[in-house]
Ligand binder design. Structure first.
Ligand code: 6XA
Ligand code: ZN
Length: 343
């Protein structure tokens, strides 16, 4: 398994997010990637390499240019006005307000961001673009014949839509890779999102696309972030009707029920016969995760990797969430090890 990693991830280090009524230290922190790196290294899963630079073009195929310009420049503008504290929005253009793009940095933060958990810091743009480059480089390994590759990245991506960030995500790494694969091959892509949270960004990017199947297992949006998307009846639109499959599950869902949903998602992927499977690999389904309510244990991740291997498709794994920092490494390494062992 080829593993692509870039130390520039650590340039993104948010200080605070708004939890339930109070500012708390960010859960999405650099140590996460360090624990995953140590675990994949000690499991001897494969060579760990830095990314190639792909430039802005693959990003523009998924995100709008005004949005990318905003992400690239927001920190400087914020810092000049406010100082060296995390840039967070505090006001939003909810329905009823004008839909013109606002000019103030305070207003543009709320225009492009949907929560108060996703700070922009000095190194956010650098880290986010490095993560996209890692994911595209891992994809290139698969295009060159590898059966599996892992983009060991942060910040994560699956909540980021065409011109919207939130949920600790800025650039949608999995979507950028999926679009790049379609652009290069004209083949179909299946995305399997096993992160605890619904991948609202990925869903919305491909919602009307018949060539990209999005499947997601996640906490029921009636109870869980991101709340406003991820219901079972969201099945796609237009040419994409039927190519969006959500499997929401309540807090405390038994592990066996989770694996039954995985089986259904896998059957949908098998029917779709994609040229590649992209796994949005969050391990915040772990029973010890501090912000999540599912019950998977470390051994369950091996079983997950084995089931993904049985799809029999070239597979790109992209790191998403997982906040039990001590265990996140082992859990990720178990998925990849289960996949590798089931050749
Ligand atoms: C914000 C919760 C963000 C969840 C981020 C995540 N209160 N997404 O792990 O997969
Ligand atoms: Zn998550």
């Amino acid at each position: 398994m080829d593993i692509i990693f870039d130390e520039r991830h650590s340039r993104h280090a948010g200080r605070v997010e708004l939890g339930a009524g109070e500012l708390v230290p960010c859960f999405e922190k650099p140590e996460r990637a360090e624990f995953v790196l140590a675990a994949v290294r000690s499991a001897g899963l494969g060579a760990i390499e830095p990314p190639e630079a792909y430039g802005p073009e693959p990003l523009k195929r998924v995100h709008s240019e005004p949005y990318l310009d905003f992400l690239r420049t927001a920190w400087q503008e914020w810092k000049a006005l406010v100082g060296d504290v995390d840039a967070l929005p505090s006001t939003w253009p909810v329905p009823g307000f004008s839909d013109r793009v606002p000019t103030s940095i305070f207003a543009r933060l709320g225009y492009y961001c949907f929560d108060v958990a996703t700070p922009i810091t000095e190194g956010t743009w650098e880290a986010a673009t490095a993560a996209a480059d890692c994911t595209l480089t891992a994809l290139a390994k698969i295009r060159a014949g590898a059966r599996g590759a892992f983009a060991l990245v942060r910040p994560p991506g699956h909540h980021a839509a065409r011109d919207l960030y939130g949920g600790y995500c800025y650039l949608n790494n999995a979507a950028i890779a999926a679009q790049h694969f379609v652009d290069e091959t004209r083949e179909r892509v299946a995305i399997l999102d096993v992160d605890y949270h619904h991948g609202n960004g990925t869903q919305s990017i491909f919602y009307d696309r018949g060539d990209v199947l999005f499947t997601s297992l996640h906490g029921d949006p009636n109870q869980e972030f991101p709340f406003y998307l991820g219901h079972a009846e969201e099945r796609g639109a237009g040419a994409g009707k039927g190519t969006n499959r959500n499997f929401p599950m309540p807090w405390g869902t038994p592990v066996e029920t989770w694996f039954e949903a995985l089986e259904e998602a896998c059957r949908a992927i098998e029917d779709f016969a994609p040229g590649i499977v992209i796994v949005s690999l969050g391990v915040d389904t772990f029973k010890g995760d501090p912000i999540s309510q599912f019950l998977l244990e470390s051994d369950d991740y091996t079983r997950l990797g084995e089931r993904i291997a049985r799809l029999g498709r070239p597979t790109l794994f992209v790191l998403e969430g997982g906040y039990a920092v001590e265990e996140i490494g082992v859990n990720v390494a178990n998925v990849l090890g289960g996949f590798d062992a089931s050749a």
